[in-house]
Design a protein around this ligand. Sequence first.
Ligand code: PLP
Length: 394
Amino acid sequence: MIIPPPAQPPARVLMGPGPSDVHPAVLQALSRPTLGHLDPAFLTIMDETRAMLRTAFGTENRVTIPMSGTGTAGMETCMANLVAPGDRVLIGANGVFAPRLAEMAKRQGGEVVLVEGEWGRSIPMETLRAAANGRRFKLIAAVHAETSSGALQDLSGLRALADELGALTVVDAVTSLAGLPVDVDARGLDAVYSGTQKCLSCPPGLAPVTLSDRAMAAVGARAIPPTSWYLDLALVGRYWGAERAYHHTAPVNMVYALHEALRLTLIEGLEARYARHARHGAALAAGLEAMGLALPVPPAERMPQLTPVLIPDGIEDKAVRGALLANYGLEIGGGLGPMKGRVWRIGLMGAASGRRNVTLCLSALSTTLQGLGFTPKGDALAAAAEQYSAAGPG
Ligand SMILES: *Cc1c(COP(=O)(O)O)cnc(C)c1O
């Protein structure tokens, strides 16, 4: 065979739904020497990573572990360990990720009640309560920041509803962690999973999860082990816990990357990081609306790190995304599910949430749309600048 040259990924600006641009210090961390997964120096790095993860999640949960795999592995960790055959699971859906949770719960033998909320809207707790219809549940699950639809789920009231139903709470924080407060303990969340490739500005490859003692008691009380050996928390926990028993080889260099991403997050400060996401998300939204583009999610239910925008009539999705990539090296996301071909999804996640990217995206999109015959209503950059000055110094 002809051996290809080394892989040469082109320079891009990643402003889609993830992966997001990786911070250079995180890329450097990846290239440090691989250690044995039981090397004392690596064990220290593991412990530091877990401690920083607890802070980012807002929890003191003993079981706080980066699982090997992407965000979906975190999702499956929660479903495989917490759902046993016959368990009732209540899931609120306002995008594509809740049906994925439902499918995983079903594969564990769970009896799933999937509540179809409005795409792109926060699901009212009353809707979930009505669907529960007085029955008891093992789990109630919600997606905090629905990257597919742009809906920010209001989590207040979730704990109270779970207590009424006798349920544990499961929350998808893949896109919210490090971009919005997750506040695991303050909100009384029992099992929360995330991913490294969104607001942590780390490559895809690890799925941080955290489980309350109550959730771990449910795992411990299982009559039969989870169907997944790889994601079995009782086994994985023996490696990440005091025993350090071999289960599978940790992706050592990815742990370095997460360690660095968490360090950068905590050095910036969680509150400052949330404020930065809010600031740039608002400026992007102002610019898009000034252009005459419609944002399908109502202002109170938007998240700053991912903004869906309706594709104007007569404009073809792929032509625009293709031109942005070819002419500016800029990646934005297309729609998923019912929104395929109808929206673009613009991410401002982690290190990438900044004025330079807001400006690049608004001007590149405006120029590209004009080339295709769409006349922007107003000046996007001026509207963004106005939003920045209204928000005050950042
Ligand atoms: C990206 C994402 C996932 C899945 O994560 P992968 O890294 O693609 O496995 C799950 N839930 C939400 C809300 C996401 O944004």
